[in-house]
Design a protein around this ligand. Sequence first.
Ligand SMILES: *Cc1c(COP(=O)(O)O)cnc(C)c1O
Length: 391
Amino acid sequence: MIYLDNAATTMAMPEVLEAMAPYFTQAYANPSSVYSFAADNKKAIDDARHIIAESLNAADNEIFFTAGGTESDNWALIGAFEANSQKGSHIITTRIEHHAVLHTCEYLESRGAEITYLDVDEFGIIDINQLEAAIRPDTILVTVMYANNEIGTLQPIKEIGQITKKHGVIFHTDAVQAYAHLPIDVDDLNIDLLSASAHKLYGPKGIGFLYVRKRTKIANFVHGGAQEKGKRAGTENVPGIVGFGEAVRLAIPTREERAAKEVELRDYLIDSVLSRIEYSRLNGHKSQRLPNNANFSFQFIEGESMLLMLDIAGVCASSGSACTSGSLDPSHVLLAIGLAHETAHGSLRLTLNHTTTKEELDYVVGKLEEIIIKLRAMSPLYEDHLKRQKN
Ligand SMILES: *Cc1c(COP(=O)(O)O)cnc(C)c1O
């Protein structure tokens, strides 16, 4: 099997699993208990929090553990909306956010929020002037993702942070795809709220965090005990937190080397596909993109068939359709960058990891070439196209 769907999730590192294991069977106490048996767990949580805080140039008490990226996004948006109602209820976001942000925006609209959805250009990048022009006296939050999960596009986060700071508006970024893959300094970038998730960086699923800059007005999210300073109650996921900390500890020193290797392979993959397969295009920006992301559209192709045939060839990949299986709507991201519905349907996302090899990519491109020839041979649209060309 060749796994090229690392934007969906990654395999946990063996070291991560090893670090987690004792917290199921040995140090299993509830960290809130007073006996000394619980002390080790409390320390393990503190240690993980410290590793993560350091990785962002944040303070330990600005990191709050959650059940993943989706929960962090929900908390950032709903929490900012609830805590800032005196100032207003206007939120600015983009058309290409993850559904964890977009569907939360829709929910907040039903609760009286007014949302401005910024357009993006053909590469998926927002217009910084349009963002600044959209800020009003009642704007409480700007939420713009760091890196897009489908097309890999990176946003001008530093410029956004400068603008939100100047206007006194809270800045949230969904950094689930970027965290531990790209350098992030929350002070340098003026980020107030940041979402991340362990399973996108070789950690376990079901654990994430929200970074909350000191003095940022945000409502508590899960009500119950005193865990996470009462902001996000519930007995801590100790093994998950430990695994997250270990994944970050391993990822930060290797980040640059991993990224450089991925960029080289990514560009090799992009060049191979575009040169070998007719009527193909790259979605997203050539260089302003995640090191491990390649996203293509192939004309006269139906993405789901392509995925099934790749699966038979042992390749795990993802298409441009909505991730909710069963939905035939083309991706909102691909539509936002201006693709026609048919082109968006024929899209393929390949996301690499630190173990991906050139040989694997050669195999995948070879299979892809065969699959596309087969599918086009069955496509009435392609047939029409060939006829038109002859005339
Ligand atoms: C995966 C992902 C999420 C959701 O994170 P979970 O931990 O799976 O809930 C949110 N935003 C982006 C950009 C993602 O890639």
